[in-house]
Ligand binder design. Structure first.
Ligand SMILES: NC(=O)c1ccc[n+]([C@@H]2O[C@H](COP(=O)([O-])OP(=O)(O)OC[C@H]3O[C@@H](n4cnc5c(N)ncnc54)[C@H](OP(=O)(O)O)[C@@H]3O)[C@@H](O)[C@H]2O)c1
Length: 335
């Protein structure tokens, strides 16, 4: 057996979930500031689905055809400039890609210790959503204790993270989701109210509360509603626009409100940010978020684990949107 070869889940061509196939690949080699991780589990995120469809290409410095933005596992080897980690350390890491594999390379500065008492699957479910929520809700959105926070897609991986972190940092959380069951899950995680947007209008339901920070992944006909719902000095932060990046022509946003309420509209994508920025986020998360996780103020929510070879089924589940929380692949390759 050739010990320079690993198994990987590969995007064989852009398309449906069945284009994900198991293939042999060379084990990647860590650069000076990188570590090689023997992957025990890899989290699935909606951007992986977009990448598979050919709608979200990997950055030039990432593996082009192996998806996977987050893993947990054991450090197998370290680049010669790495001092923070040693072989055998259990870590979870934010990647630019390549997580659906037996081995993945990560920047040493984007690794975090597996939280006390967490399984590898639970640890693998953390990095992408925690980095995204930390940056967009707390840095760009400047959420403060006692303020009102709304996340759309409250039962998504991002949503369950945003609700719990908002609560852990003393804010009041609200959410929207597409079924009553999803709404109940959001409430059980700490949302004060969750609006089933299929049967209720979130703007009407939350008007009396007033919202200080909104994390939006929907866009489209939510844009004008979000702007009306925000309180003075409110912040609207986009991380996607699943219903379109343009507002509903029948309900255009009133930018006079942006001026009169002194609103801030912002947004970001994480994957294409440089290593220095991700290192900064890692350091902040280690100081501010990891203690909340280890104190039990944040619980991982894993809807289903799949063995790596069933990655296509895992993607189908994500595209069905039937899940609540995270979907994770495990290194159980053959069962
Ligand atoms: N900008 C960034 O850096 C960044 C990073 C990570 C993720 N994201 C984005 O954040 C979002 C959540 O990611 P995730 O990995 O947590 O995904 P996820 O668990 O699959 O959640 C997506 C949720 O969006 C809702 N949804 C699906 N299609 C929709 C549509 N057409 N209109 C409105 N809602 C829809 C679904 O909930 P309902 O069934 O309740 O509608 C689903 O639970 C994704 O859009 C992803 O692209 C952005």
């Amino acid at each position: 057996m050739d010990n320079s070869i690993m198994k990987a889940v590969v995007i064989t061509k852009p398309g449906g979930a069945d284009v994900l196939q198991l293939q042999p690949r060379a084990i990647p080699q860590p650069g000076a500031n990188e570590v090689l991780i023997k992957v025990q589990a890899a989290g699935i995120n909606r951007p992986d689905v977009l990448q598979r469809k050919g709608q979200y290409p990997a950055p030039a410095n990432a593996p082009q055809d192996i998806p996977g933005l987050e893993v947990a596992g054991i450090i197998e080897s370290c680049g010669n400039a790495v001092t923070r980690w040693q072989n055998g350390d259990a870590v979870c890491a934010l990647l630019t890609g390549g997580g659906y594999a037996e081995y993945a390379v990560a920047q040493s500065s984007q690794c975090l210790p597996v939280p006390q008492g967490f399984s590898f699957a639970e640890a693998a479910s953390l990095p992408e959503t925690i980095f995204t929520v930390w940056h967009n809700v707390f840095r760009l959105g400047k959420l403060q204790p006692g303020k009102n926070f709304l996340v759309h897609g409250g039962s998504s991986g991002i949503g369950i993270t945003a609700i719990q972190l908002a609560r852990a940092f003393g804010a009041k959380a609200f959410a929207t989701a597409g079924t009553d069951e999803k709404c109940e899950a959001c409430i059980s995680l700490g949302a004060g109210k969750c609006i089933n947007y299929k049967i209720q209008d979130f703007e009407a339901e939350l008007k009396s509360e007033g919202i200080d920070v909104i994390l939006d992944m929907v866009g489209g006909n939510y844009i004008a509603k979000n702007i009306r719902l925000l309180r003075e000095d409110g912040r609207l932060v986009f991380i996607n626009t699943m219903k379109g990046s343009k507002p509903d022509p029948a309900d255009l946003p009133d930018f006079g409100l942006v001026m009169r309420k002194r609103l801030t509209i912002s947004g970001s994508t994480l994957r294409n940010r440089d290593t220095e920025f991700k290192q900064l986020l890692t350091e902040e998360i280690l100081v501010h978020v990891w203690p909340k996780i280890e104190s039990g103020a944040f619980k991982p929510v894993i809807f289903k684990e799949f063995p790596m070879r069933e990655a296509s089924m895992a993607h189908k589940l994500m595209e069905s949107s039937d899940h609540i929380g995270k979907i994770v692949l495990t290194n159980n390759w053959w069962s």
